[in-house]
Design a protein around this ligand. Structure first.
Ligand code: 6MZ
Ligand code: ZN
Length: 363
């Protein structure tokens, strides 16, 4: 089944750039910094290879990862590799999210950080990357990207759209800066805003002005919701009516009621939830209830690097944990087309891709 899950076309809607780095790359970058004396490599190596990934440990690890990757060259490199890795397992549409960062010691602004991400997208060369929105592509007379590396329709193709993340550590002003940057970058495939970061830090009211502004300006919004118990915040988030939410672990009866009546799609990250212990085991995971009540859901990885997983693995896990057959898994994968933040043109093209694939798939 895992092999089969790899062959089906898939849509990934919840993947954090810095959580999706190959171990080998992270170690290589860390070794480089070790040689320069910026870090002690052996200490860092232990943390990278360690399996303790409780929610608290995860955010300590992210601080370390950021120390290692936050320069323009590394950001471009990890972006390129992450896209290649998703494409290699037949992800046909990837919404990649990342937190634009300022790093004065590297002359990095949030804008230059994002430019480095876009450079990474342009650098992918073993698969066609469609990342600019259609309107822009038509305006330039090129339906693929514009650096002349187009090499025919029979090549594998992946659509990549970007979400800019607001970190819960940030101020209202910093969040607003991210939203403005997202608006500036719409023509480069930025389709929305994510709210993420350590869930025990920060308050909803701090981010609300920026999120409201983003929504008014036509950006789509996804929120990490209920990763820790916070009933009031979950209510406020659901009342905001985001385009999607991630996780929904610590939801109570009235949250479920509100979620289901509003039909907000949920990004489900099984391995992440188990590893961070926000859900004790798969047999009590809310996937089962949401699936059987036909609530919109989509399987996602969250952080393939940090949790040593892949989207095919997540599909396989769901199939075995919840007893789903190939037909049902295919339908689950295809259904995600409805929840992407890109426009109707991309949706139609993805529908076509799925329809074509279904003729060849053994189900
Ligand atoms: C485990 N569950 C999670 N919950 C909340 N936020 C998470 C997360 N996993 C990742 N992030 C968010 O994504 C950042 C790393 O990618 P970027 O630097 O943005 O590319 C983390 O620092 C955190 O803010
Ligand atoms: Zn996440």
């Amino acid at each position: 089944m895992e092999e089969w899950c790899k062959t089906i076309p898939k849509i990934e809607l919840h993947a954090h750039l810095n959580g999706s780095i190959r171990d080998s790359t992270l170690l290589e970058l860390a070794r480089g910094l070790g040689e320069k004396g910026t870090i002690v490599f052996s200490d860092v190596e232990k943390v990278i290879l360690k399996n303790d990934r409780s929610l608290v440990e995860v955010f300590k690890l992210f601080d370390l990862i950021h120390l290692i990757t936050t320069d323009h060259e590394s950001v471009s490199r990890i972006t390129k590799e992450v896209v290649e890795d998703f494409a290699a397992e037949n992800v046909v549409y990837l919404e990649l999210r990342t937190t634009p960062k300022r790093n004065d010691s590297k002359a990095m602004s949030k804008e230059s950080y994002m430019q480095a991400v876009v450079e990474g997208l342009r650098a992918v060369n073993n698969v066609d990357v469609d990342f600019a929105c259609k309107l822009d592509a038509e305006a330039t007379g090129n339906s693929h990207y514009d650096n002349g590396r187009y090499s025919g329709a029979e090549r594998k193709k992946i659509y990549v759209r970007l979400l800019l993340s607001i970190d819960r550590r940030e101020s209202t002003e910093a969040a607003m800066e991210t939203v403005k940057l997202a608006l500036q970058m719409k023509h480069l495939g930025v389709v929305g805003i994510d709210l993420s970061g350590n869930p025990v830090i920060g308050e909803w009211k701090t981010f609300l002005p920026a999120l409201k502004f983003a929504k008014e300006q036509g950006l789509s919004i996804t929120l990490h919701s209920g990763e820790v118990p916070n009933a009031e915040e979950v209510h406020a988030m659901l009342d905001f009516l985001p385009g999607r939410i991630g996780h929904a672990c610590y939801f109570e009866e009235d949250h479920w009621r509100k979620l289901k009546s509003s039909k907000i799609p949920v990004e489900i990250c099984l391995t992440s939830n188990i590893r961070t212990e926000t859900i004790p085991s798969l047999d009590v995971h809310h996937f089962a209830d949401l699936y059987s009540s036909e609530h919109p859901i989509t399987l996602c990885t969250d952080d393939t690097g940090v949790f040593s997983t892949s989207l095919s693995h997540e599909y396989n896990l769901a199939a075995s944990a919840f007893g789903l057959a190939k037909k049902e898994m295919y339908r689950l994968a295809r259904n995600a087309v409805n929840f992407i933040f890109a426009g109707s043109q991309v949706k139609e093209e993805l529908e076509e891709m799925f329809a074509l694939a279904s003729k060849e798939l053994e189900m």
